[in-house]
Write a protein that binds this ligand. Structure first.
Ligand SMILES: [Cu+2]
Length: 486
């Protein structure tokens, strides 16, 4: 990987700033601040995998389903025998799963019973601007807001989570996140595993104090303290659907696993042990054109991948571990499946899943550059886009409704970049075209000192949206930019 002189100088500049807190970049990703748990932790693979409850609409009519979620504090048992205070949609972590239908309007009333303002964003939603969760569209304590989702989009695994300006990291850490699954006729017609064999898996890391609380580091307001946040906040316990290193008993049959990386900052590289195939069928933006058999899946914060695993490849009694190859020790463990019984399986993974249009770069109206770098803001170090911190008074791009555009994203260190409103396709990574057919995404990982070109078409709605880093501490440290579709 080549690092330009400019990038090298920039990295050295950051290194100098970080040396204040005893860290040094030396051209590498900033050292993560791993919060060590001091609570007693369970033996991995002893806690059963919980499944989030499925929300029920309180009203439906010919066009619309109406839901209501109440954001409130609750105490839940995450570590056996300890009570952990959380902030949750309906007091749950993860929040209730919303199962919605493509093209069917879905209205979610979010009532805020917390003592802090919130913002809710439907990640992956093709949503009008007033319901997209712009970071300053606050719902104050005691108030509520109706988020209207037309869902004129294909089937996909989406999720909703807090998006409050400067506070998304701590508010998601406390539990404000849940699944939002969209289906459609095309997907329903496929013989993919369904029902109990369609399993959403929200993976995130947290740390625990002896009393069971999940402390988030104090806000880094002073110089020095802020630098400790530069890499993002990392926990040492891997949770799946809110349970530490859980285990799930499975049939000898195919399962559709919907992986979501709901971590603040941690990237995973998922693989099965003692080996096994993952058949990728969908990404952030729904079904791929054709399944791809892989032996590992990399997942940066905010990204989703759906994979089918056929547990008939194992014997009854076998344990199949889901490992994280990106880490070692306890953080290399994610969860474990235990193959419990033979069972009938009528599912299949068809050779053709969907049709995915390829956006043509020759039709792009404009190419824009966005550089994701650290820099100085308000006298201390922060994360910037094109040298500027997030400022709600500034619009950084004005794409025209209906236009295709190429956005060239360049990083200093690794950043998972998320674009609201417009799903995109990756055109190139480090100058190379990705192999395989195009797929729709909404979050893409920029590795260290890398340029990724994405191509997108702005459809549906005019208005103000954001592009930002989905490392939530980077986002809170101003790595966000407003664009307005005109
Ligand atoms: Cu970042």
């Amino acid at each position: 990987m080549t690092v330009t002189r400019r990038q090298a100088l920039r990295l050295l500049g950051v290194g100098a700033a970080l040396s204040v807190s005893g860290c040094s970049l030396l051209g590498r990703t900033p050292l993560p601040r791993l919060l060590a748990s001091s609570a007693p932790l369970p033996t991995p693979y002893t806690v059963p995998l919980p499944l989030p409850t499925v929300a029920k609409p309180h009203k439906t009519d010919t066009t619309t389903d109406y839901y209501e979620l109440v954001q409130r504090t609750a105490e839940v048992e995450i570590l056996p025998g300890l009570r952990t205070p959380i902030w949750g949609y309906d007091g749950q972590f993860p929040g209730p799963t919303i199962r919605a239908r493509s093209g069917r309007r879905t209205v979610v009333r979010v009532a805020n019973n917390l003592d802090a303002p919130t913002v809710t964003h439907l990640h992956g939603g093709h949503t009008p601007p007033e319901s997209d969760g712009y970071p300053t569209d606050l719902v104050q304590p005691g108030a509520h807001r109706d988020y209207v989702f037309p869902l004129e989009q294909r089937a996909a695994t989406l999720w909703y989570h807090d998006h409050r300006m400067d506070y998304t990291g701590p508010q998601v850490w406390r539990g404000l996140a849940g699944f939002f699954l969209i289906d459609d006729d095309e997907e329903k017609a496929l013989p993919l595993p369904s029902g109990e064999r369609d399993v959403p898996l929200m993976i995130c890391d947290r740390s625990f104090a002896p009393d069971g609380t999940m402390p988030y580091p104090a806000r880094p307001d002073g110089p020095g303290a802020r630098e400790a946040f530069m890499g993002g906040v990392f926990g040492d316990v891997i949770l799946v659907n809110g349970a530490p290193w859980p285990q799930l008993g499975v049939d000898r049959a195919r399962y559709r696993l919907r992986f979501l990386n709901g971590s603040n900052a941690r990237t995973y590289e998922l693989a099965l042990s003692p080996g096994g195939k993952l058949v990728r069928i969908a990404g952030d933006g729904g079904l791929l054109a054709a399944p791809q058999t892989v032996d590992r899946i990399r997942l940066a914060p905010g990204e989703r991948v759906e994979a089918v695993v056929d547990f008939a490849a194992y014997r009854v009694g076998d344990h199949v571990e889901l490992r994280n190859l990106a880490d070692e020790g306890a953080q290399a463990r994610v969860m474990r499946f235990t193959v419990e019984r033979d069972a009938r399986d009528d599912s299949a993974v068809p050779a053709t899943l969907s049709r995915v249009e390829r956006l043509d770069p020759d039709r792009a109206a404009v190419t824009r550059d966005f550089e994701f770098n650290s820099g100085t803001m308000h006298g201390h170090t922060g994360w910037l886009i094109n040298g500027m911190p997030f400022d709600v008074r500034r619009i950084d791009a004005r794409p025209k409704l209906g236009d295709i555009e190429i956005w060239r994203l360049t990083s200093d260190v690794a950043h998972p970049v998320h674009l609201h409103l417009a799903p995109f396709q990756v055109l190139s990574v480090g100058g190379e075209r990705p192999s395989g057919p195009p797929e729709w995404k909404d979050t893409v990982e920029l590795r260290e000192a890398q340029t990724v070109e994405i191509i997108t078409r702005f459809t549906g709605y005019r208005g103000r949206y954001v592009l930002h880093c989905h490392n939530l501490e980077h986002e809170d440290m101003a790595m966000m930019s407003t664009f307005e579709v005109v």
